[in-house]
Ligand binder design. Structure first.
Ligand code: SAM
Length: 314
């Protein structure tokens, strides 16, 4: 990630700050509206640069966190659909090394910028519009794209990703109630197509979150000085809320998942855990439980629980 930040900072030195700020403002408004886009939201090179500056560190952090929840896999290739400036490819490279990667997107300026940021990492950048064929790859990623599409186009994109992926499909969306609803629909579609959900859900059944709750997680993003300035923010970090589904061709025994920040009281940790039986509720761990308590104290929102799937009594 240090490399990505350095690459972004170097790039931004070339663009007048006022134009970037104006473009960031417009993009924030467009993304917040939550409406499917009738035309590309990134329209110019300045937009692409603004997107890379203010969003890419966060989408990169969310994809990295989601990919990090997959059981051990070793993909040799990746296709990133609607990949924009390539955040998901940077994330996959951090976990899986310099695998063969192709970023597909409708906006040539985003691809051009992504290529400039990544320099000579041997990544392919191709203009592509939903509906066109998707090349096969071991891992297919789709991050923060469904949010721009209507229901029919979302189904088409998920079907294309599922048909092209050999090992794993990972979809990431904003961690909002609408993002969660889109993710649930995509999850159903993947399961119906014969895929096995490996994370975050510990089962293939209907989601057990009810009422006003929605399944989402948070990834910490350290803000550079420029990032802070562009977002008019004072804190040195932000927490990117995201939701995701990671599915594998072959079934895996998926662990339970901690779906909220753990609560600590003297000698007691309360974890909200999504369980294999689809229940979502509190698991209490007291100091008397020794190693289990220590594991609970170290556990974080988004982690598997128990921490080691094989450790049945933890
Ligand atoms: C919010 S950006 C996400 C970019 C990148 N995946 C990330 O996580 O940072 C959404 C991307 O989806 C692309 N996109 C939206 N609709 C598309 C379509 N119909 N065909 C191809 N790309 C599309 C946009 O051009 C844009 O780059």
């Amino acid at each position: 990630m240090a490399d990505l930040r350095e690459a972004l900072d170097a790039l931004l030195a070339d663009v007048p700050p006022a134009r970037l700020t104006e473009s960031v403002r417009r993009l924030i408004e467009d993304y917040r509206s939550g409406r499917p886009a009738d035309e590309p939201l990134i329209r110019t090179m300045v937009d692409a640069t603004a997107y890379a500056a203010y969003r890419m560190p966060a989408t990169h952090a969310a994809v990295l966190a989601a990919l990090g929840q997959l059981p051990p896999i070793a993909p040799a290739s990746q296709v990133d659909l609607g990949g924009g400036t390539g955040a998901a490819v940077w994330a996959a490279r951090e976990l899986f090394g310099a695998i063969e990667a192709t970023v597909l997107d409708q906006v040539p300026e985003a691809l051009k910028l992504g290529e400039r940021i990544a320099k000579d990492q041997g990544i392919g950048w191709q203009q592509w519009r939903l509906g066109e064929p998707v090349p096969a790859a071991d891992l297919v990623t789709v991050s923060y794209v469904l949010t721009e599409l209507d229901d029919t186009a979302q189904r088409e994109l998920v079907a294309g990703a599922a048909a092209a992926a050999r090992q794993a499909v990972v979809l990431i969306e904003p961690g909002t109630p609408p993002g969660y609803r889109r993710m649930l629909a995509a999850r159903d579609q993947l399961i119906a197509a014969g895929w096995h959900v490996a994370a975050p859900c510990p089962h293939q059944l209907a989601c057990g979150m009810t009422g006003k709750d929605w399944c989402h997680f948070a990834a910490r993003v350290n803000r550079s000085a420029l990032h802070r300035r562009l977002k008019d923010a004072s804190l040195g970090y932000e927490d990117e809320k995201y939701t995701f589904v990671a599915a594998l061709r072959t079934p895996e025994n998926a662990p339970g998942r901690i779906v909220r920040h753990p609560a600590f009281r003297k000698g007691l940790v309360t974890l909200q855990v999504c369980q294999q039986d689809t229940s979502v509720g509190p698991t209490l761990v007291s100091k008397r439980e020794g190693p289990r308590y220590k594991a609970a104290r170290d556990a974080a929102w988004g982690d598997p629980w128990p921490p080691h799937a094989a450790d049945a009594q933890v």
